[in-house]
Design a protein around this ligand. Structure first.
Ligand code: UFG
Length: 317
């Protein structure tokens, strides 16, 4: 079976491409390398350097399905340069769907996000929660979720949106590499390698047990496996949405403690002000994907995620 992976030179896309190859699929990666890395495209995958806007030149009837990751994904940047998010994420996805319709490629798994929910009314968040994004990144991903719903209803597409919470860890040499790092675990590890001298905790006055924000971390290998299950579950004329997290939260202090245990480095922290736009607690209910697709996380332990990210970081420094 032949699959197109858009954004397969990025963090999650490269891990999914690697797992698809391990499972025996033929894989073509489409990526414009704006934030991805050519050497993150797994050996064995064909590579096309192109924008989503040029999907029509790449998507042919030879493909049995698409896994769609290519997107801008920084919340802060989406507030400062919203036009990038509308053009890349929304117009780019529309071009991809147009090309798929023309080529009669009928299955897609889409990389959506917990940011579609915004500030939760209650936790854990399930798929029936209201969607009220607090940033353009979340709005752009929600727009694509809705686009997929319409395409399924009107034209018979089989689509699954996976809404990720906080992704962590690495898989078989594929991990997280951002030019500008804003994420908690990579920053903690940069302190451990000496690249930074401390980590700034964004607020200790949140209404949580230790005063720092709580997030639901999911191992990238567990997340990737869900994409293979979702691909099998794509049904024509249907758009399904699944949350993906572990259903358990870890505070910023708990994650930093895990990084200290894993690295043996004291990882000094300084408490700074709250980061605008951060919700206090984001924890997923993944009951739907567990029940319907029999997905189970193999690595829910925060120490395993941090250890795998640490091994990846050290392999590159
Ligand atoms: N944090 C710090 N110090 C840092 C970095 C992060 O205290 O140096 C805190 C943040 O304030 C937050 C927590 O650590 O409370 C996790 O922050 P991340 O930046 O690692 O992740 P986010 O929860 O902000 O964002 C993630 C994804 C987004 C997605 C969002 C959905 O990275 O793409 O979840 O809610 F939109």
């Amino acid at each position: 079976m032949k699959l197109l992976v858009t954004g397969g030179a990025g963090y999650v896309g490269s891990v999914v491409a690697a797992q698809l190859l391990e499972a025996g699929y033929e894989v073509t990666v489409l990526d414009n390398l704006s934030t991805g890395h050519r050497d993150a495209v797994p050996a064995g995958a064909d590579f096309v350097a192109a924008d989503l806007a040029d999907s029509a030149t790449v998507v042919t009837a030879d493909f049995d399905g698409v896994l769609h990751f290519a997107a801008k994904s920084l919340v802060g940047e989406s507030q400062q340069r919203p036009e990038l998010y509308w053009r890349n994420n929304v117009c780019g996805s529309l071009a991809l769907l147009d090309a798929m319709r023309k080529a009669a490629v009928r299955r897609i798994v889409f990389s959506s996000t917990a940011a579609t929910y915004g500030e939760p009314e209650s936790v854990p968040i399930d798929e029936t929660a209201s969607t009220a994004p607090t940033n353009t990144y979340g709005h752009s991903k929600l727009a694509v979720d809705r686009m997929l719903g319409g395409e399924a209803l009107a034209h018979g597409l089989g689509a699954v949106s996976l809404r990720y919470f906080n992704v962590a860890g690495a898989h078989h040499g594929f991990g997280e590499r951002h030019a500008v790092e804003t994420h908690l675990i990579p920053i903690a590890l940069q302190v451990a390698t000496g690249e930074r001298d401390k980590l700034v905790v964004h607020g200790e006055d949140w209404p949580t047990p230790d005063g720092t924000c709580v997030r639901d971390y999911i191992h990238v290998a567990d997340l990737a496996r869900a994409h293979l299950l979702a691909l099998d579950a794509c049904q024509p004329w249907s758009h399904r949405i699944y949350n993906l997290g572990n259903g358990a939260g870890f505070s910023v202090h708990e994650v930093v403690e895990a990084a200290r245990r894993v690295t043996g480095h004291p990882i000094p922290v300084e408490v700074g002000p709250r980061r605008p736009g951060d919700p206090a607690v984001l924890v997923a209910s993944s009951e739907r994907i567990r029940a319907e697709l029999e997905w189970e996380p193999a690595h829910p332990e925060i120490d395993v995620m941090v250890a795998d990210a640490w091994q990846f970081t050290r392999s590159r420094t």
